[in-house]
Design a protein around this ligand. Structure first.
Ligand SMILES: *Cc1c(COP(=O)(O)O)cnc(C)c1O
Length: 354
């Protein structure tokens, strides 16, 4: 597999390092971490690197990814981030904790938990303004009353998710609200909630600026562990590796060509009418990589190369003064969207670096 292109080189020791630094950092104020594995399809070796780095839980939005890790004997508490009623039976079978917002789904989980003679643990997600998943705070007491009638479910905590859909920042006010809600639920129902999960890789700035984490004692972290970034300002977190994943793809054409297409302009492969700037003749290369493999707009290079555009299987770059030879590999860094897609592409080989 060495030398195969396109490939992603994955440095497990760097992922482990990132997980350890973040566990130590968040641990200083009593916050445990769930390592989120969905961007890497629940790749077992990566989950194990996170566990060696100290994460207590592995969380994924796809049941199939959790099953993959369990089949590879990854040993952790598994958390399902997105629960669908049609998967209820397998969720109860394969998952320790699931995140939930719907009574219909919980009734199904309860039904299968009773058949399997299990108590299934749940975290209730609260809507704090980002408008993806969550029970509205006004509805949560009535909701919990209903859940408490389901004898094979145990509410172990509450959580919220921000900065994913609506771009709402996790700030002190949101975190205080979630803390206060945790207290109120415990008091009203005489419950003990062991987890208050305040968010994801977007919570870094809030954490660094707060002296009072309140009841927040858990975060679900994917991008910061994998790529070393916080996601509110997209800044690298000090002491973390940002290049644990490297995409290497092959040059298949390298020529001096005009920068302006010639002929009558119609539409490109995706139905858009493209616009170009005339920079005269220049050195261009084609990389054997395309929209079917990854999100090309999320790639960057350390070399002086400019990605001009791509179609399904070709990426065109301005190689500036570089005379890229046909057959050589070009290295790219990936953002989260590119990583997610590249890990999902069957055409890109995954190579682990010790
Ligand atoms: C994807 C996801 C996360 C992890 O987000 P990152 O930005 O990668 O840290 C956390 N919680 C939920 C519910 C998610 O879906």
């Amino acid at each position: 597999m060495q030398g195969f292109m396109p490939r992603i080189e994955i440095t497990l020791s760097q992922i482990q390092h990132n997980a350890r630094i973040l566990c130590e950092l968040y641990g200083e104020q009593g916050i445990s971490l769930m390592g989120v594995s969905k961007a890497v399809l629940g790749e077992p070796l990566i989950a194990e690197a996170m566990i060696r780095g100290g994460v207590k839980f592995i969380a994924d939005s796809r049941l199939e990814n959790i099953q993959r890790m369990k089949n590879s004997r990854v040993s952790a508490q598994f958390v399902l981030l997105r629960t669908a009623p049609s998967q209820a039976e397998s969720v109860v079978e394969d998952v320790d904790i699931s995140l939930n917002t719907e009574i219909v789904t919980l009734e199904k989980l309860n039904y299968y938990a009773s058949l399997q003679n299990k108590i299934h643990q749940i975290i209730l997600m609260v809507e704090m303004g980002d408008l993806r998943e969550g029970i509205l705070p006004d509805d949560i007491f009535l909701f919990i009353e209903k859940v408490l009638c389901l004898s094979h479910l145990k509410i172990i905590g509450v959580g919220c998710n921000l900065a994913c859909y609506g771009g709402i920042k996790p700030d002190a006010q949101k975190m205080q609200q979630l803390s206060a809600l945790t207290d109120a639920i415990e008091k009203k129902f005489d419950l003990n909630l062991s987890i208050t999960s305040g968010g994801n890789s977007a919570n870094y700035k809030w954490y660094k600026s707060t002296k009072q984490v309140g009841r927040i004692n858990n975060l679900r972290i994917g991008e910061s562990i994998l790529l070393g970034y916080e996601t509110v300002n997209n800044k690298a977190i000090p002491k973390l590796h940002t290049n644990a994943f490297k995409l290497i793809a092959e040059v298949i054409e390298s020529k001096v060509k005009p920068s302006l297409p010639f002929g009558e302009i119609g539409r490109d492969a995706f139905g858009n009418i493209p616009v170009f700037k005339d920079c005269g003749m220049h050195q261009r290369a084609i990389i054997a990589l395309g929209k079917q493999d990854t999100l090309i707009s999320g790639l960057s290079t350390n070399q002086d190369l400019e990605i001009l555009g791509s179609s399904s299987d070709h990426t065109v770059i301005d190689s500036k003064n570089f005379d890229l030879k046909v057959g050589v590999g070009v290295n790219f860094n990936l953002d989260y969207g590119s990583l997610l897609m590249a890990m999902t592409s069957p055409f890109i080989k995954k190579q682990f670096i010790k």
